[in-house]
Design a protein around this ligand. Structure first.
Ligand code: GUN
Ligand code: FE
Length: 412
């Protein structure tokens, strides 16, 4: 049991920040037990971890990251999605049959992810069982809370990445049954036959987590239409296979129709909004406010390597900028606010992991300690302004400590 002292700032709801200067959070067994100004009096014998003058904020949550693409970060982003996959991505992912290579990339990725302030993450690995298990082990070692998906693909990829549907399903089944961190990961409809998706959907119906891509680009949607004329729309292909549940993360959703949004809402699935990737591959402008207004669960994703940064702090900014581009195009005056974007980066995505992303009593204790920059201090700006400065114009060195479930994250 410990008391953490500092300038506490977080979002209970997306409309506004909860701000407590010189406040205390009581942590016990990895959970928030109490929060307030008078906790030293209330818990007199308790050790105080004094971060006075620092911001205490919840850890960031990244709902979509391809760990196997980290070596390609920033490369080849002049292409559109399908050309980028064929030219750069599949070739790189083939290399993950080699475990020492996999380890060298994963270690760099985990270091940079932790240093960026992410405490929870949902990874795509490659098709390889060995690399997937290795990534699960490395995350555990570093106290990074992660779901890790062995990618399923049995069509339309390079030869080295095409599996038999039976083997692909069986490896995934083994992984989800043996490890809590495994997540069912059909790459996207063009990569998976209906036989494969149907067998994975049967697993999903048992309550195991699922992640995939959907409606990222118009070319991809046309391709899915031609592959599945029997389906009502893109989402319907997944839904017919039983892959859309309240444990499903749908990355992108740039072009989903109102019919698709209705089903996403009804099923209780999550949307991973990945604005950096959508800008880089010129995919489209995602209207994230429409999903939020419809009551759909939304979190943020870096989508490395289509995204060019492992930092959710940067993605908060990208998400606000994308909603402003949308506003400039349509003048619907419905821009994502700073508190809304911060909420998506913490409690919005965090709810996929349970009670995560807030300092409400009972929440898991995921904490970032932020040292304000010198100009913030000399100018005497308030806590919210310090947070805005950190998010928009800060750097990773300002994160002096991070905790996940009460344990310090280890970058190395
Ligand atoms: N759609 C299918 N595979 C991928 C991928 O690796 N990255 C992105 N951004 N979209 C995809
Ligand atoms: Fe992706």
């Amino acid at each position: 049991m410990k008391l953490f002292k500092g300038n506490i700032i977080y979002t209970k709801n997306k409309e506004s920040f909860e701000i407590m200067e010189n406040g205390f959070i009581l942590e016990e067994n990895g959970h928030v037990q109490d929060i307030g100004l008078d906790l030293v009096e209330k818990y007199p014998e308790t050790e105080v971890v004094d971060y006075s003058g620092h911001l205490l904020i919840p850890g960031f949550v990244d709902l979509h990251f391809h760990a196997v693409q980290y070596g390609n970060l920033g490369i080849g982003l002049d292409e559109e999605l399908l050309d980028w996959l064929n030219t750069y991505t599949f070739k790189e992912e083939e290399k993950f049959s080699d475990l020492p290579y996999a380890e060298s990339i994963f270690k760099e990725a985990i270091k940079d992810i932790i240093q960026s302030g992410t405490t929870r993450i949902v990874f795509f690995s490659s098709i390889h069982e060995g690399a997937t298990r290795l990534l699960i082990d490395l995350c555990e070692k570093h106290n990074l809370s992660a779901y890790v998906g062995k990618v399923n693909m049995d069509r339309n990829a390079s030869e080295g990445l095409i599996e038999s549907p039976k083997a692909s399903y069986e490896i995934t089944k083994r992984l989800v049954e043996e490890t809590e961190q495994a997540i069912i990961t059909p790459r996207f409809v063009p990569s998976c036959t209906k036989d494969l998706m149907t067998s994975l959907g049967e697993l999903a119906q048992k309550g195991y987590p699922v992640q995939t891509h959907i409606s990222e680009t118009e070319n991809e949607i046309e391709w899915v239409k031609s592959l599945h004329p029997e389906a009502k729309n893109y989402l319907d292909v997944y839904d017919q296979c039983g892959l859309v549940t309240d444990r499903t993360i749908l990355a992108h959703c740039v072009f989903c129709t109102d019919d698709e949004k209705e089903v996403i809402k009804y099923r209780g699935a999550y949307v991973a909004h990945c604005p950096a990737a959508n800008f880089n591959l010129t995919s489209g402008i995602m209207n994230v406010k429409d999903y939020i207004n419809k009551g759909i669960k939304v979190g943020l994703g870096t989508d490395v390597g289509a995204g060019n940064t492992p930092s959710i702090r940067n993605i908060i900014v990208e998400s606000i900028k994308m909603s402003k581009v949308n506003q400039m195009m349509h003048r619907d005056k419905d821009v994502l606010s700073f508190s809304e974007a911060f909420y998506l980066a913490t409690k919005g995505g965090g709810s996929y992991f349970g009670n995560v992303g807030s300092f409400e009593v009972g929440y898991e204790f995921d904490l970032l300690v932020i040292k304000p920059d010198d100009l913030s201090l000399s100018r005497g700006i308030n806590c919210l302004e310090q947070l805005q400065r950190f998010v928009y114009a800060g750097h990773n060195d300002m994160i002096i400590e991070s905790y996940c479930q009460g344990k310090k994250l280890k970058a190395y």
